[in-house]
Design a binder for this molecule. Structure first.
Ligand SMILES: [Ca+2]
Ligand SMILES: [Ca+2]
Ligand SMILES: [Ca+2]
Ligand SMILES: [Ca+2]
Length: 301
């Protein structure tokens, strides 16, 4: 290995280690208008617990125009969430941000709002950038964040006070502490077997599991390297996945059949289901559960 290659390998190794340790760079998405009024909030998809949105309130040059930016996310009861504006001061065009967070139902109740942060943080040069610290979500469900500007402070229902007081500028909105929502998918353990999939925990073979495509899930987007399957769903039991899709359940959509090492799946007497977990190649977490029955050891099963 020459020096350059060695350096590359080290970099890849370090990046891998950082990723494994959860030090991955926060996921970044761009604002997509039209994200107002509140019921047209842009939906955010968390694949890790932190997401950065690059947005512009109004525009970065010319006369300021009327704009409000709403972002919706799904969180779990007890998530401790920080909602932080960076770069609204000192960006392409500075504005004095004002943010709010709403519980979506019932009726977009304003839960917290902030004009100026309690302290400077690494992404901000001024306390005028808003920040809501350590906000504990009261329930599992949908929440909406509003990015507005002083003096247009948020009101319950999604409106703002002083609607004429528009300022414009670019910002980064960093939302962290949100438990990623897990997409539920359908799986079929031992496709083709009639009734409950028979599993013999002591057998040496592999268990085929079909990831079934649906309207919301393309099984071929699953990242095979991410797949775990077994009694708890966290077992690193993957052997391999089919190179191409096959329509296992005859619904006209291609499914993905993957094979897992039976003995690594850790099934035992009394287990009633197998759990599969993984991520799509765009980072969306998914989970599927399939029914099974544990059968006694038999020669050749
Ligand atoms: Ca905007
Ligand atoms: Ca907007
Ligand atoms: Ca900040
Ligand atoms: Ca402010």
């Amino acid at each position: 290995m020459n020096k350059l290659k060695l350096k590359r390998a080290l970099q890849i190794g370090i990046t891998g280690a950082l990723l494994a340790a959860g030090w991955a760079q926060a996921q970044t998405v761009s604002e997509v208008e039209v994200n107002h009024p509140i019921y047209q909030a842009q939906k955010l998809q968390f694949s890790t617990d932190s997401l950065t949105i690059e947005g512009v309130l109004g525009r970065v040059s010319g006369l300021a125009i009327d704009d409000l930016d709403f972002y919706a996310f799904h969180g779990q009861a007890g998530d401790v969430v920080t909602i932080d504006i960076d770069g609204a001061q000192g960006g392409l065009r500075s504005f004095d941000s004002y943010i709010g967070v709403y519980q979506a139902t019932p009726g977009f109740t304003l839960l917290r709002a902030n004009d100026d942060a309690a302290s400077i943080d690494p992404g901000s040069i001024s306390r005028l950038d808003s920040r809501i610290d350590n906000f504990r979500l009261p329930a599992t469900g949908n929440y909406v964040v509003l990015v507005s500007n002083y003096p247009r402070y948020p009101l319950s229902g999604g409106g703002v006070a002083n609607p004429g007081g528009v300022q414009n500028g670019d910002y980064k909105l960093v939302i962290s502490g949100v438990t990623p929502e897990i997409m539920q998918i359908n799986i079929d353990i031992k496709p083709g077997s009639t009734g409950l999939a028979p599993i013999n925990p002591r057998a040496k073979g592999k268990i085929p599991v079909a990831l079934l495509s649906s309207q919301n899930f393309n099984a071929l987007s699953a990242d095979p390297a991410s797949l775990t399957f077994g009694a708890s769903g966290n077992e690193g039991s993957l052997s391999h996945c089919g190179k191409s899709g096959e329509d296992v359940n005859g619904d006209g959509q291609l499914d993905l059949v993957c094979h897992f090492e039976n003995q690594d799946a850790n099934f035992e007497k009394g287990d009633l289901e197998g759990i599969l977990r993984g991520r799509t190649n765009t980072g969306t977490a998914f989970e599927g559960r399939g029914l099974l029955k544990i059968v006694p050891e038999k020669r050749g099963s």
